[in-house]
Design a protein around this ligand. Sequence first.
Ligand code: GUN
Length: 292
Amino acid sequence: MIIDGKKIAATIQQEIKESVQNLSARPPCLAVVIIGDHPASQIYVNRKTQACESVGMRSLKIELPATFSESELLAEVERLNQDPAIDGILVQLPLPAHINPNRITYHISPEKDVDGFHPFNVGKMLIGELDGFLPCTPLGIKTLLERSSIDISGKHALIIGRSNIVGKPMAALLMQATPGGNATVTVAHRHTTDLKSLSLLADIIIVAIGQPKFITADMVKEGAIVVDVGINKVADASKKSGYQIVGDVDFEHVAPKCSFITPVPGGIGPMTIAMLLHNTFLSYRQRFPTKN
Ligand code: GUN
């Protein structure tokens, strides 16, 4: 069965929209900072700000030149931290090489850290206090599984990729002793030997490595659940654009073996955006705790 991430994300966005419509105070506002002209980042940032508008939230897109210095960016983040009209702050990654992303992440107020990247929020997640901000892609995957009535308790989950944005937090969420957790988790990466023997044991495979069609049918056990986080642009002369977007999974051949699989596009991408809106709303609620 193909899990329709786009549809589930649209349902969540509709729920958030209704909550926003019922507010009597100002609407929630997300500030999105983008530095330089990384083409994929431009697309992702536009999707994020458009999603805010579509649920009645405000968004502030701050576009800065690639030459912006680290100290100038820290000052910009500080300004947003202090601004009472801003609920969420997101600095789009990757940053230009002369800026240390960790220094920026540390500087974003943990109370406005809707990406869930600040060490305070990462630490809370790791110790099982899940009321901080959780990173949008892993939270989106967990939510997608829950809303598809897939119980992962006791199952063997293989996460391929150990990034701070997906792999590491995904492992932390799936292993927690909380609903939607309780999985047995293995994390594989570029130094893993004999990945296939691990993947053939896995009940759930979550792959986030940015390698087109890396997971092939021979690597997947019959009835497995496969979650594809990859977004890869590959040349395709038959398309008007000259390219197509594919995931990290060879969907055509892997799908027939799976009990559930997420497509690309239309799987995890829309869930990530829905979770960003969810986190922005949560942040707003902490600022305006009353019902309306
Ligand atoms: N770059 C790729 N994914 C993300 C994300 O979830 N948040 C931010 N800030 N940058 C990203």
